[in-house]
Design a protein around this ligand. Structure first.
Ligand code: T4K
Length: 362
C-alpha cells in the first residue's frame, strides 16, 4: 500500500451508492446514447447549480470544442496563457488561433485591461479561464465582447459550485464549459458539461455530441462522439450527493494551510472573494523559482508530490510560442499546487506546510 501523497486524489461516494446505478445498468442493458442516468444527472445538476440547462459530455476538452463549433467560430480567440494545455488545444482543434493575453498578477486570470488591445478584425471570441475557480472579471469581459460583437466561452473546468452575484458561475458568458475529470472536485471519472445561455445553442451542442443526429436520428449537423456514458453518469449521481460535504471539507483544509503559511515570508496566495471560490486547489506563489524547486525536492524526498500547475505558461510552449507575456511567465514559474483532497489528513497538511515554510533558497 502506497503512502505517497499526490497533488490530489479523487473524491468518491461509498461504493454501495455507486452500485445502485450499476445494478440499474446491468438490469436494463442501457449503457450510453442519451440514457436515463445521464438525463437524470443533467436534471440534478440544473437543480443543484440553479441553471436552466446542462449538457453532459465525455470530457471538458470536448465541451470547449463543441461550444466553439456551436457558434461556427473561425478566426482568433483571445485566451489566457495561464491554464492547462486543453484550453489552447480546444481552440486549435476547432481551426481557430489562440491569441494569448497577459494575466492579472493578483487573480492570475486574463487581465481585462489588456483584452481590447488584442482585438483585431479576425477576432471572433474570448475564452477566459476561471483559474483555480477564482471568477474572471465577467462584467468587463461581457462589455468588451458586446462592444466588438464577440462570443464569450468560459473554461470553467475548475469552477464547479462557484457562485458570483448570487448566480452560478456557469450562468456567465454565452457558454460555460466544465470538467468532471477524476481530479476535479466533482467527478464522473472522465466527463464534462456545457451550460449555454441560448436554448438553441444547447440543442445544437446536444446534436454535436451525438454525431449530428437530431431527435429523430436524422443527420442534420457535422457532429462527433462526445457522449457521456451511463457508468460515468451513475458515478456522477452518486458523487453529487456528497458534493456539499466535499466543498465544506476542502475549504477547511485550504484554510488550515492558509493559517499555517500566513506568516511565511516567501509565499503569497491567489486573490479571490471567499464566497466565490471552491477551494479545489491549494496554489501558492513562491518569491523565486529556485526556492520552489528546492521545496519540490524536499517534498519529493518525503514522498509528497505537489504539481506545477501550470508551467510553462502556454504561450511559452513550443507549439504556441508567441510574444512575451511577463506576468504569466513570472507567475507560471513560481506557482506550486500543494496536495489538497478530501482524505488528506491534518498531519499531512502540517508536514507540507512545515517543509514549505522552512525551505531556503536553492
Ligand atoms: N481546462 C482546464 C483549466 C483544465 O484544468 C482542464 C483539465 C481542462 C480544461 C480539460 O478538462 P478534461 O478534458 O480533462 O475533462 C490533470 C487532468 O488530466 C486534467 O483533467 C486537469 N485539467 C489537469 C489540471 O490535471 P494531470 O496531468 O495532472 O493528471 P495526473 O494523471 O498526473 O493526475 C494528477 C494526480 O492525481 C496524480 O498524481 C494522482 C491523482 N490521480 C489522478 C488520476 C487520473 C488519482 O489519484 N487518480 C486518477 O485516476 O492532468
Amino acid at each position: 500500500m502506497t503512502t505517497a501523497i499526490y497533488v490530489t486524489q479523487p473524491t468518491l461516494a461509498p461504493l454501495e451508492e455507486f452500485r445502485e446505478y450499476l445494478d440499474q445498468i446491468w438490469r436494463t442493458g442501457v449503457m450510453t446514447h442519451n440514457g436515463p442516468l445521464m438525463q437524470r444527472l443533467e436534471r440534478e445538476l440544473c437543480e443543484y447549480l440553479h441553471v436552466r440547462d446542462t449538457v453532459c459530455l465525455a470530457n471538458g476538452t470536448l465541451a470547449m470544442q463543441l461550444a466553439i463549433r456551436a457558434f461556427d467560430l473561425r478566426g482568433e480567440i483571445i485566451t489566457t496563457p495561464f491554464s492547462f494545455i486543453a484550453t489552447a488545444n480546444a481552440i486549435q482543434w476547432e481551426h481557430c488561433t489562440p491569441v494569448f493575453v497577459d494575466i492579472d498578477p493578483g487573480t492570475w486570470n486574463i487581465d481585462p485591461d489588456r483584452i481590447e488591445a488584442a482585438v483585431t478584425k479576425r477576432t471572433v471570441g474570448i475564452l477566459p479561464v476561471h483559474v483555480f475557480s477564482a471568477p474572471c472579471a465577467v462584467d468587463r469581459i461581457a462589455a468588451i465582447a458586446d462592444c466588438h460583437g464577440l462570443r464569450v466561452i468560459y473554461d470553467a473546468a475548475h469552477a464547479m459550485c462557484v457562485t458570483l452575484g448570487g448566480r452560478s458561475i456557469m450562468d456567465y458568458g454565452d457558454v460555460a464549459c466544465t470538467s468532471f475529470h477524476a481530479t476535479k472536485i466533482f467527478n464522473t471519472c472522465e466527463g464534462g458539461a456545457c451550460f449555454a445561455r441560448d436554448p438553441d445553442v444547447a440543442a445544437r451542442i446536444r446534436r454535436l455530441r451525438f454525431f449530428g443526429f437530431d431527435e429523430g436520428k436524422e443527420v442534420v449537423d457535422v457532429g462527433t462522439n462526445a457522449k457521456m456514458t451511463e457508468i460515468a453518469a451513475g458515478l456522477g449521481l452518486a458523487n453529487l450527493r456528497h458534493l456539499p460535504m466535499t466543498c465544506h471539507v476542502r475549504r477547511a483544509k485550504y484554510e488550515l494551510y492558509r493559517n499555517l503559511l500566513q506568516d511565511c515570508p516567501h509565499v503569497t496566495f491567489q486573490s479571490f472573494v471567499p464566497e466565490s471560490y471552491n477551494y479545489s486547489y491549494m496554489p501558492v506563489l513562491f518569491d523565486k523559482e529556485s526556492r520552489l524547486m528546492t521545496a519540490v525536492r524536499q517534498l519529493n524526498a518525503r514522498d509528497i508530490y505537489p504539481r506545477r500547475y501550470f508551467h510553462p505558461s502556454l504561450h511559452e510552449c513550443g507549439i504556441f510560442a508567441t510574444q512575451e507575456l511577463p506576468v504569466a511567465e513570472s507567475i507560471a514559474r513560481r506557482i506550486l499546487c500543494l496536495p489538497l483532497y478530501t482524505a488528506l489528513t491534518e498531519d499531512d497538511i502540517r508536514t507540507v506546510a512545515r517543509i514549505v515554510s522552512g525551505v531556503q533558497e536553492g
